[in-house]
Design a protein around this ligand. Structure first.
Ligand code: PMP
Ligand code: GLN
Length: 405
């Protein structure tokens, strides 16, 4: 038996993670809510509106570029920081869409999905006892990674249905011990987009307390009204911001796990020191393919967002007709729906029963909230609409069964 045996001795980070509901109380690993709900969908044959992944392929050019790269022998380890063709495409993308100028050689790092960018950043920059601020609900990986790094997770609540933070609560959460402020806009699970005043407030707080801003922008191209504003474009932000994104959502290639970060060179160096011993590198033939995708014309990006907006509208109408109260997302893959009007006050329990009740799978918002603060979001469920229209129509029809009970 080693001291890693959870039944024998919980390590400090496991105690923190268990407190945050990420591990079972004895320290054994609990499956992520996404894995659990996808398994439930497979087991029951229900329509999976839980885990966020599209059920259609993205741009043919991107898929073809990967096939060509494999055929051309791009099958061995790429450079540790990522293939130059992709780093240069990421730098061009930041300049073309946002006017952010980044040096492809020293300020761009390719990672195994946004997840590894988050992991390497948090593990590199957070020391024992450092505070990390996120908004809550939060993407589950943040809490797990902060716990693993020995950080103290502080949160700013977002409330249904508008999900915008209160700026005084934000100010109160950030202080001299804050090392990182993690900003996820467009936001998972709520689909909210933070306005520029909120972003400016975050930058001011980060400057005041010398914190680093980490932004998770994986839904940057899935904004339905207007354009995405990266926090790094605000005055004073660029030199203290790690901007993270991924090709998964933009090109419907979530299984390829090609992500990246853009940051000042000294931060990239610190993060690379961790990243090179996590995966070292990944996805050689997918790197030039995502590079090809990033150089596609504007219309490819705007058409993808418009197509997704139409899907949102179908599922929003379906959930409304089924009797849910919804908050209409302005970006991303997900709608949050309140099941209380249908008589369900426990979203987690509803999600476990939903395959039986209606043949559909969703994800409870409680999975994105610390166990002690779940009361406010108890009856909320997240449904993914990154699915074909006929699938969303069928799911909507099935969900009306809930009201007819
Ligand atoms: N951040 C957010 C907000 C996400 O929703 C996801 C998952 N789609 C990720 C990070 C992980 O991205 P990737 O699959 O590129 O690791
Ligand atoms: N980001 C995806 C979601 O929110 C899930 C990714 C995962 O399974 N870790 O559904």
């Amino acid at each position: 038996m080693t001291d890693f045996d959870p039944a024998r001795r919980l390590r400090p980070w496991q105690r923190t993670a268990a407190g945050a509901g990420l591990l079972a109380a004895d320290g054994t690993i609990a499956a992520t809510i996404f894995a659990e709900m996808s398994a439930l969908a497979i087991r029951t044959g229900a329509i999976n509106l839980g885990q966020g992944f599209p059920d259609e392929d993205g741009p043919a050019e991107v898929l073809e570029a990967a096939r060509a790269a494999i055929a051309d022998g791009v099958n061995q380890y790429p450079p540790g920081t990522g293939m130059p063709v992709l780093r240069e495409a990421i730098a061009r993308h930041q300049s073309r869409w946002y006017g952010i100028e980044a040096d492809a050689a020293s300020e761009v790092l390719v990672t195994a999905g946004a997840t590894e960018a988050l992991a390497a950043t948090i593990l590199a920059l957070v020391d024992d006892g450092d505070e990390v601020v996120t908004f809550e609900p939060y993407y589950d990986a943040y809490a797990a990674l902060i716990a693993r790094a020995g950080g103290v997770h502080r949160t700013v609540p977002l409330t249904f249905p508008d999900w915008q933070p209160d700026l005084d609560e934000l100010s109160a959460a950030v202080g001299p011990r804050t090392r990182l402020i993690i900003v996820n806009t467009p936001h998972n699970p709520t689909g909210a987009v933070f306005d520029t005043a909120t972003l400016a407030h975050i930058v001011a707080l980060a400057e005041r307390h010398d914190a680093v801003i980490v932004t998770d922008e994986v839904y940057e191209h899935l904004v339905f009204d207007g354009r995405h504003v990266p926090i790094a474009t605000l005055p004073g932000a660029r030199e203290r911001t790690v901007t993270i994104s991924s090709g998964g959502k933009t090109f419907s290639t979530t299984g390829w796990k090609i992500g990246w970060l853009v940051a000042p060179a000294h931060l990239v160096t610190a993060i690379l020191a961790v990243k090179q011993y996590l995966t070292y590198v990944n996805g050689a033939p997918f790197q030039p393919a995502i590079a090809a995708g990033l150089d596609l014309p504007d219309a490819v990006f705007s058409d993808a967002a418009a197509g997704l907006a139409a899907k949102r509208d179908v599922l929003a109408a379906g959930l409304g007709a089924a009797g849910f109260e919804i908050s209409l997302p302005t970006a991303g893959y997900f709608i949050v729906a309140d099941a209380a009007p249908l008589g369900f006050d426990d979203g987690a329990e509803l999600c476990r029963r939903l395959p039986d009740l209606a043949g559909v799978v969703g994800v409870p918002i409680s999975a994105f909230v610390h166990p002690e603060r779940r009361a406010a979001t108890r009856s909320l469920v997240r449904f993914a609409f990154c699915k074909r229209l006929e699938v969303l129509q069928e799911a909507s029809a099935r969900l009306t069964a809930l009201g007819a009970r």
